[in-house]
Each structure stands twice: as C-alpha cells, then as structure tokens.
Design a protein around this ligand. Structure first.
Ligand SMILES: *[C@@H]1O[C@H](CO)[C@@H](O)[C@H](O)[C@H]1NC(C)=O
Length: 289
C-alpha cells in the first residue's frame, strides 16, 4: 500500500507537469494569457499602491495564474507574473536550481518596481513560488522591497512528497539519485525536506521581519507534505490557515488550489484586508489533485 502511495505522489507530480502543458502549445497559450498581466505601463492606483507579483511553482509556468489574475486585474491591481527557472525541459519553468530562479525572479521584481514607481511589491506564490521572494529578500538584495507574501501550499519547509523523499532518505538513495534529478529538475531535490537547501534558506528562521505574511494549505495535498510544512512559524504575526478550516468540504489538492474560488477570495482578502469579503464555501472544489 505504502509503495502505491509513493507512486501516486510521483504520478501527481507528473500530472502537475502535464497540466502545465508542453512545448509550443504552452508558449502559445502563455502569449495569449499574458495579455492581461505583465503590462509594464500599468500605474498602481491609490487603492492598490503595490503591484502584485504571482510566482508559479515547480514544473509550471505563469499560466498557473490563468484563473486568479483576471480577478486581481478587475479589482484594479497591476499584476505581474514571471516565467522563471526553465532548465532541461523546454518551456516548463520552476525546474532549475532555486537559487538561480530567485536571481531571475529578483530581476523581474526590480523591473516591476522601476516600471510602476512602487517601492514595494506584494507576492503571491504557489508551491516553490512561495519561497522565492523570501530567498530574494534574504540573499539577493530584495530586503525592504516586499509588502506582503501570500503562500499557497508553499514549500516553506520542503516536502516528504507523501513519504517518497522519506523513503529515498531512509534507504540512502536520495543522495545517490541526486545526480539524475539534478540533470532534469534540480529544484525537486532542493525541495526535499531532507536535503541541504533549507539549511540555508531557514537558517535565520522561516519568516521575514516587517513583512505581512500569509499562508494557506490543504489537507488533501499530496505534493507538499506534511501540510504544515507550508506554514511559517517564526513571526507570530504570520497568518497560517488550513483550507478545510475555512470550508470543511473543500477537497482542493495541490494544483486545484490555483483554480479554487475559495482560495482566490482568501488571497484577495489578505492583499486588501480593508475590503475583505466573506468566503463563500459554495465555491468549494472536490478536486483532490
Ligand atoms: C546555486 O547553487 C549551486 C549549488 O549550491 C551553485 O553551484 C551555484 O553556483 C549557485 N548559483 C547561484 C547563482 O547562486
């Protein structure tokens, strides 16, 4: 049974990659989708002075935000979403080494700040995308340039991949397998909670001072496990929420969080607390992927 579960988790990762589409098709869709975001002529309004930067996760692209970004644009935000971390697989992002992805995202964020004239941006990140702004702030000059971070199933403390990386770790195969995974998806091994990436990232704690930090995670997540690995604990003001505590019948899994109306409402409430609206659980999804 346990083995089947591990294969399921690996299959889920593949499914996520497939959902992100492949090759030229992804590029074409991306081109069309990005007509609504990455408008570098956008000028932030007084109501929303900070541009919002959406950061996709592992084996995804900015198309991840196809359901959320129109809602933010409609609310009057300047919305940006980089494509970063392409490595061996063409067009599919978030696969390269995270430290190098953070350099790319940091450059993108600087460009957004210059274009909009804003001094800070707010960041919404899915999965791996949920830790990149913090990496930029800690190691790459982004300090003070972040208003808020909103993590959606962020890999803040890595993942056991539903026990898969635990299995590799306990059998001593994780270090042995690393040259292979590093060839194709270096970011994958970096997000194993057993390998060294987090020693550096979380050395001074898992939070940033003077940044409003919010996290949402789901019990049905098979990619970021355990669920609480998505949370930040070292700043008492950080808000950590389990989706099922908002809407108990919501079964959204790791990828479904991106299209969940409940998650979208919650994210927008964190970005603009003074205009927060009630969460409507009728929008709950029963999509445990
Ligand atoms: C990223 O980390 C790898 C492995 O630690 C290192 O070899 C590489 O030079 C780093 N790249 C950057 C841009 O920091």
């Amino acid at each position: 049974m346990a083995i089947i579960h591990h294969y399921m988790a690996a299959a889920k990762m593949l499914l996520t990659a497939t959902l992100a589409l492949s090759g030229a098709q992804a590029a074409a869709i991306q081109k069309r989708a990005s007509s609504g975001y990455n408008d570098f002529d956008c000028k932030p309004s007084a109501a929303h002075p900070r541009p919002v930067i959406l950061i996709h996760g592992t084996a995804c692209t900015s198309v991840s935000w196809i359901a959320l970004y129109p809602k933010l644009v409609k609310e009057g935000y300047c919305v940006f979403a980089p494509d970063y971390g392409q490595y061996t697989i063409p067009f599919i992002g978030g696969t390269g080494p995270i430290n190098e992805s953070a350099v790319q995202v940091g450059k993108f964020a600087e460009k957004v700040l210059r274009a909009t004239g804003a001094t800070q941006a707010d960041f919404v990140g899915h999965s791996q995308g949920g830790l990149i702004a913090r990496y930029w702030s800690l190691f790459l000059g982004g300090e003070g340039k972040i208003g808020a971070t909103v993590g959606i199933a962020a890999t803040t403390h890595g993942t056991t991949l539903s026990g898969f990386t635990t299995l590799l770790h306990e059998t001593g195969t994780d270090k042995a397998a690393r040259p292979v995974t590093d060839l194709i998806v270096p970011s994958l091994a970096q997000q194993s909670e057993y390998l060294d990436f987090y020693d550096k990232l979380n050395a001074k704690g898992d939070s940033l001072p003077n940044v409003r930090q919010f996290n949402i995670a789901t019990r049905t997540d098979l990619v970021v496990t355990p669920t609480e690995n998505a949370f930040q604990y070292d700043n008492p003001d950080t808000v950590n929420v389990i989706l099922q505590d908002l809407c108990p019948a919501d079964l959204s899994g790791h990828a479904a969080l991106l299209i969940s109306p409940v998650v979208h409402r919650w994210v927008m409430n964190q970005l603009d607390p003074s205009n927060a609206k009630d969460i409507d659980c009728r929008g709950s999804l029963i999509l445990p992927v």
